[in-house]
Ligand binder design. Structure first.
Ligand SMILES: Cc1ncc(COP(=O)(O)O)c(C=O)c1O
Length: 489
């Protein structure tokens, strides 16, 4: 089969051309039984392929036909032995990776700045996380990846670990030396699991960091929906056989997946793979050029700094993805969130994320100079408008969460007897819930960690400026759920 073929999308088109009389779900039956306003908006075509796993359409849980052919083509395109499609986002693929290598009591080496899906999988599986501290960028107030040295150290201390998880590249597009990390982990016979949520495109252009499969990793959860042109929620899990079993991966992915898999999402994965495999390099080149031009122009604006290749050279900043525009706004005396709101209100621009010190804008093949020029002009205006308060000469202090001590495994903490205490009085207690700012969704606390005053201050600062702090049952954050302390009578 050729990469120009789309067996799944084409199979669906052939099926609907026959216009079968449907006595199966979805009950909207090609849109006929649906709210007309929504139907007209979505369009007949989308509704016609909103189907489920009836005989002719294969089954994601046990693919043998058109889904299998589409997955095989994806495996070829990504240099994997097997590719599994996920309709549960990259979160589902990440949970599958973790749960297919680690069970109750098993150790898994993970950076502390992982996405919440890694920690959810650790709670579900009962595995014990061995945390590696990511390298912190004190200027930008963000964390990068992990170093080969840190992985080696963790493996010397825990040679019985069942896996090493690496985020490559990070949300901000920074990559570590993944190839070296893989070599080290493999010398211990330990598989490497890559959170490649922000790197679907990197496989297709030599200027971009090495992809997980190129670096020899064993599994990679790769968000096709984020930067590869498929629909939101659709993702893939690439597998190299050897240290992990593709059959076990399929079984676990299936356990975590709805039985009503969306063919709209699946077909969008099939066509996105075709485009990446046949035009990915050109498309990535265009995005790189566009982003480089914008980066240069942003760096000419007073008080703004858009990160470029000068960030490289530390052990955790081995390579980077220039299509990510990390724009530091702290010199303007504004938070990233202030700038996010200002851009929304004044220019109808929506950024990918903001934090206390930065905004992140992503440039993809979907952009043109029209959009990047609007962004650059808006940032010029921003800089002029706030130059009076710019922190010239004064270096704003960057606040970062510390990494708390883990007193209980996340699973034990999650299922322990708990009680609710006031937020302000919670320092020193063991937390039983997650707290994070989303995006990026990296937990400030995970169940089992000892609450620190520093991190409470960090949460307060995020709340103060209006950033979305999520996780606790009490979403006002007046109280936190902690492990119950049994007083001696
Ligand atoms: C680093 C990282 N990993 C995993 C995910 C989860 O991806 P998804 O939203 O497709 O479940 C995200 C989402 O933001 C992420 O930033």
């Amino acid at each position: 089969m050729s990469q120009f073929e789309t067996p799944l999308f084409t199979g669906l088109l052939e099926h609907i051309k026959k216009n079968p009389i449907q006595f199966h779900i979805p009950g909207h039956k090609k849109g006929a039984g649906m709210d007309p306003h929504f139907r007209d908006f979505i369009g007949e075509n989308a509704l016609a392929i909103d189907l489920i796993n009836i005989g002719p359409l294969d089954d994601l849980h046990q693919p043998k036909g058109m889904i299998k052919r589409a997955q095989d083509l994806a495996a070829e395109a990504f240099g994997a032995d097997y590719t599994f499609f996920s309709v549960q986002g990259t979160s589902g693929a990440i949970m599958t990776m973790v749960m297919s290598v680690a069970g109750p009591g098993d150790k898994i080496i993970v950076p502390r700045n992982v996405h919440k899906s890694v920690m959810s999988a650790i709670v579900f599986s009962g595995a014990t996380p061995i945390f590696i501290h990511p390298e912190i960028d004190k200027e930008l107030g963000i964390s990068h990846g992990i170093t080969p040295e840190a992985v080696e150290k963790a493996l010397i201390q825990h040679p019985d670990a069942k896996g090493v998880l690496v985020i490559n590249p990070t949300y901000f597009g920074i990559a570590g030396d993944l190839k070296k990390i893989v070599e080290i982990a493999h010398s211990y016979n330990v598989p490497v699991l890559v959170d490649e949520a922000h790197g679907v495109h990197i496989h297709f252009h030599e200027k971009l960091p090495l992809s997980a499969m190129q670096a020899g990793a064993d599994m990679a959860a790769t968000s096709v929906h984020k930067l590869g042109g498929s629909m939101t929620q659709s993702s893939i899990l690439n597998v190299r056989e050897g240290l992990v079993s593709a059959k076990r991966v399929q079984a676990i992915l299936s356990m975590l997946t709805t039985t009503s898999t969306s063919y709209l999402l699946l077909a969008s994965l099939d066509v996105a793979r075709k485009r990446l495999a046949t035009e990915g390099r050109e498309l990535a080149e265009k995005a790189i050029q566009l982003a480089e031009k914008a980066r240069k122009e942003i760096n000419e604006i007073k008080y703004l700094y858009c990160v470029g290749e000068e960030i490289l050279g530390t052990k955790a900043t081995y390579d980077y993805d220039p299509t990510k525009l990390i724009i530091s706004v702290k010199e303007l005396g504004l938070t990233g969130y202030d700038v996010e709101k200002w851009l929304r209100e004044n220019y109808n621009i929506e950024v990918e994320l903001s934090d206390l010190y930065n905004i992140l804008c992503i440039i993809t093949p979907g952009d043109t100079e029209k959009e990047t020029n609007t962004l650059v002009n808006a940032l010029r205006h921003l800089s002029e408008q706030f130059s009076h308060q710019a922190a010239e000469g004064v270096k704003p202090k960057v606040l970062l969460p510390d990494i708390p001590v883990l007193a209980l495994t996340p699973r034990d903490a999650f299922y322990s007897e708990t009680e609710v205490v006031p937020f302000e009085k919670s320092a020193g207690r063991i937390i039983a819930e997650f707290i994070m700012v989303y995006p990026p969704g990296i937990p400030i606390f995970i169940p089992g960690e000892i609450i620190t005053q520093e991190n409470l201050e960090y949460i307060k600062k995020n709340l103060e400026v209006g950033l979305p702090v999520q996780g606790p049952e009490d979403d006002t954050l007046k109280t936190l759920r902690v492990i119950k302390e049994h007083k001696v009578k």
